[in-house]
Ligand binder design. Structure first.
Ligand code: P6P
Length: 341
């Protein structure tokens, strides 16, 4: 091919359209839904990047020079994703970390839409004020109820039923990483053209790694199996490159993304304070679990596959062990041996 015609940049929009052929029965709805999420992510990115200027922009609750109320960024992010999904016409309902109840989108353009979206619009938002990376996590399902009022059953589907899942990380650069069941691809936002550009094609997580991510401040409340696994990580043995490094940012998307690229395990187990774990199944654990499996990794609740869990409420929590397959498998073995269910 003549080099002047060889395209060096593939945008998210181009990639989605080119992959459209992967969905023989879809008529472009899922592609448009992913496009809508990308648009909202760019708007949120603009505000996240200004977060440090709160003093100039005015504190939360105050009004800026345009008379716009200054919002907490997670509230702002939630409004942006709800607005983009509502106006895009491909989503008929949303379950958001920021909203106790599911949100039905009953506009004429959306009421017959085929998809529902579970979303954590800005996870780790407490890190914003200290300039630590934060993220958005989303999961897309086909609506199962036939028509009319959205049912809880439209959301309480196993993670294996997802049709798309992804996250946005607002860090040193802003990336959107997603899967539709045909591998994992990462796109980096190029602010100079305002486009997410393919930067990490066909992402694969190393089968093992030397990083473990857990809040060891909760050590005394961990299950014995987790305590024993942490001890394993800390033992010196050259052959297995131990002791491993402890890396914990306190922002799930940032810890997950680093471990996806380098190899490693993130654990948020059940603790005394969070007897069912802290992280939410529908819009944190299921989407990242599908992504990690599509990248060759593993995601567990300590005993079994995250994607096989039958949800019974919108905001239910689960213990979460995710990352390199061999590391998660070993952690499960420690749980089986020291902390029977
Ligand atoms: P802890 C942020 O609040 C979050 O939901 C995840 O992003 C993060 O990994 C975890 O909680 C941190 O929780 O209890 O260690 O501060």
């Amino acid at each position: 091919m003549n080099s002047i015609y060889k395209r060096s940049v593939v945008t998210l929009g181009q990639f989605i359209i080119e992959r459209q052929a992967d969905f023989p029965y879809a008529k472009g709805e899922l592609s448009r839904l992913l496009r809508d999420i990308g648009i909202a992510a760019k708007i949120v990115n603009r505000e996240v990047n200004k977060a440090g200027l709160a003093d100039i922009l005015g504190d939360i609750g105050s009004s800026n020079v345009q008379g716009e109320e200054q919002k907490k960024l997670d509230v702002f992010a939630n409004e942006q994703f709800i607005s983009a999904l509502s106006s895009g016409g491909e989503c008929c309902a949303i379950a958001s970390e920021e909203n106790e109840e599911m949100i039905q989108i009953s506009s004429d353009v959306s009421k017959n839409a085929r998809y529902v979206v579970c979303i954590d619009p800005l996870d780790g938002s407490s890190n914003i004020d200290v300039n630590v990376s934060i993220g958005t996590i989303f999961s897309i399902y086909r609506r199962v109820s036939l028509s009319g009022t959205i049912q809880l059953s439209d959301f309480l589907q196993k993670g294996t039923e997802q049709v798309a899942a992804g996250y946005v990380i607002f860090g040193s650069s802003t990336m959107l990483v997603y899967t539709t069941g045909r591998g994992v691809n990462g796109f980096t936002l190029d602010p100079s053209i305002g486009e997410f550009c393919l930067s990490h094609p066909d992402m694969k997580v190393p089968k093992t790694g030397t990083i473990y991510s857990i809040n060891e401040g909760n050590y005394v409340h961990f299950p014995e199996g987790v305590k024993q696994y942490i001890k394993y990580c800390q033992v010196e043995e050259a052959a297995t490159k131990r002791p491993y490094s402890s890396r914990y940012i306190g922002s799930l998307v940032a810890d997950f993304h680093r471990n996806l690229l380098k190899g490693g395990i993130y654990i948020y187990p059940a603790t005394a304070k969070s007897p069912k774990g802290k992280l939410r199944l529908l819009y944190e654990c299921n989407p990242l679990a599908w992504i990690v499996e599509q990248a060759g990794g593993k995601a567990s609740d300590g005993y079994g596959r995250i994607l096989d869990i039958q949800p019974n409420s919108l905001h239910q929590r689960t213990p979460f062990y995710i990352g390199s397959s061999e590391m998660v498998k070993l952690a499960e073995e420690y749980m089986a041996r020291f902390s029977q269910k």
